[in-house]
Design a protein around this ligand. Structure first.
Ligand SMILES: C[S@@+](CC[C@H](N)C(=O)[O-])C[C@H]1O[C@@H](n2cnc3c(N)ncnc32)[C@H](O)[C@@H]1O
Length: 487
């Protein structure tokens, strides 16, 4: 059979399964099959030694075998004599298709005088006790949160930190099955780069392996048939130590080969202190990271800390009102109350209640003072992800107030209006928003990420505060200019 017929038969078999099984069932089992174009792009990133005659391969979550096929059929048959491949697939309903597809490849290999020795395991990869080592591991593992007491989590407890997700465990278990020169390539959600639940797996990679290649996709919908709404990345991890990382970025599949490539040192990608992976996708992002690396402090050095707004409206609805109907009341600040630089309150004609009664539990009230507020969510379309406002002690007539749960806040010393202004300029600058998008692929601005952001020394922040009134500090570009002139 000709190569193109092998490929199209595997594609047809995969499509048949996709059309036969309801999307809700496939979603539940995390069955998103990798298109050939992505599979062969991933395979191209595997560099096998030209003299390698025998190759050992693992596909830990085989599906219909389309990704494995993309790799196997792209091999250089003039140098390889024999390929061993172990394929795991948990769903018994996929095994027949998987077997049919791999047999087709095996026949094609025979025609090329290459032996394909394959084993298909209808097993849970995460629980299977497999001491084999592989030259190549290729996968698009299932993305699914699992319980901490699930059998998969217990079997891989050393890789866990909080809420486990299957794909993190597939990465951790996979890399430990690599041969000395082994290479692993996976398509996974970008949340692996900074989600706290994956910190143990990242630590393992940082210490014992090398992340040598990243391809990120701009679009959430243009990678796997609109079926996955997470930002996806292709990562290559190698057993040997490599000091540089190749980065590529495209909108989706169609322009995957057109994307430009740049190479950066490992310490640009790794935020070693917080064990997170940064994703620069433009050349100027490298300068941003370098500058940020030169800041040696963070907020905790100045006893400052962002927290999340304590008021969860539906839990406190009996204390909340849209109009000023209580005798004694305090203000609530929502995202809707954000102005250009200062919060606006009270809003009229709004669906967001502006008042809480003063007998609301004290735990959700904050004392009057100088505060910085940052919205907890931004939309992907917005050019700037950090939306900042301030509340100034002097202009404030209430003893207490509350902040709704979609807003983060930072309390600054009451007398220190200069520091408040300096911090405003810092977080409102385009520079900080750009850096945030490099470390965080989601639209969530969580307090852990905010608190871990490096900051300049406190005297520089105060200088920003002193000079703030000389610029239009509602403008992020002007804030950036002022910041750059002071560091
Ligand atoms: C995202 S799909 C990818 C399939 C294939 N690798 C591809 O790229 O086309 C993940 C596959 O893993 C299977 N799977 C889910 N949990 C698994 C587990 N614990 N062990 C092995 N396979 C699993 C699912 O049934 C699904 O077919």
């Amino acid at each position: 059979m000709e190569l193109k017929n092998v490929l199209s038969t595997i594609d047809t078999n995969t499509e048949k399964y996709i059309n036969m099984v309801d999307l809700t069932v496939r979603k539940k089992n995390s069955q998103y099959f990798t298109p050939f174009s992505i599979g062969s792009y991933m395979s191209d990133k595997i560099n096998l030694d030209k003299n390698m005659k025998v190759v050992r391969v693992l596909e830990p979550s085989g599906g219909t075998g389309r990704l494995a096929a993309a790799f196997l059929l792209g091999l250089d048959f003039s140098s390889v004599d024999k390929v061993y491949i172990d394929i795991f697939e948990l769903d018994k309903n996929l095994i027949d298709i998987l077997e049919t597809n791999i047999k087709l490849i095996s026949n094609y290999f025979s025609e090329k005088n290459v032996e394909l020795d394959y084993s298909i395991y209808c097993e849970n990869f995460l629980e299977y006790d497999n001491s084999n080592k592989y030259d190549v591991i290729i996968g698009n593992p299932p993305y699914k949160k699992i319980r901490k007491n699930s059998s998969e989590a217990i079997a891989n407890s050393e890789l866990l930190h909080g809420q486990p997700n299957l794909y993190g465990l597939f990465i951790g278990k996979g890399v430990r099955m690599l041969n000395d020169e082994g290479q692993l390539i996976y398509l996974v959600p970008r949340s692996f780069f900074n989600g706290k639940y994956f910190s143990r797996v990242r630590e393992l990679i940082l210490n014992d392996y090398s992340l040598s290649f990243i391809h990120s996709f701009e679009s959430r919908t243009k990678v796997i048939n609109n079926e996955i709404l997470q930002e996806l990345v292709i990562v290559k991890i190698e057993k040997k130590m490599i000091g540089e990382v190749i980065i590529k970025h495209s909108l989706g599949i169609e322009d995957i080969d057109m994307s430009s490539e740049f190479v950066v040192e490992k310490d640009i990608i790794w935020d070693v202190e917080n064990i997170k992976i940064r994703l620069p996708i433009k050349n100027n992002h490298i300068d941003i990271i370098r500058k940020m690396n030169s800041f040696r402090f963070n907020l905790s050095d100045y006893n400052l800390r962002f927290k999340t707004g304590p008021l969860v409206d539906f839990r406190m609805s009996e204390y909340i009102d849209i109009v000023q109907s209580f005798n004694k009341y305090y203000p609530i600040y929502w995202c809707a109350n954000f102005g250009d630089t200062n919060v606006k309150w009270p809003l009229v004609d709004t669906k967001y209640p502006q008042y809480v009664s003063n007998d609301i539990p004290i735990s959700v009230l904050l004392n009057k003072g100088n505060y910085l507020l940052v919205k907890r969510f931004s939309s992907k379309e917005e050019s700037k992800c950090l939306k900042v406002n301030k509340i100034c002690f002097n202009s404030y007539m209430y003893d207490k107030f509350t902040v709704e749960n979609h807003v983060n806040y930072l309390k600054v010393n009451d007398e220190d209006i200069i520091l408040l202004l300096g911090l405003f300029v810092l977080y409102n600058s385009k520079f900080y928003s750009d850096y945030f998008s490099i470390i965080n692929g989601t639209t969530q601005i969580n307090v852990t990420d905010l608190n871990q952001l490096p900051v300049p020394n406190i005297s520089t922040i105060r200088i920003l505060g002193e000079k703030a009134n000389r610029i239009d500090y509602s403008n992020p570009e002007e804030c950036e200019k002022l910041l750059f002139s002071c560091i």
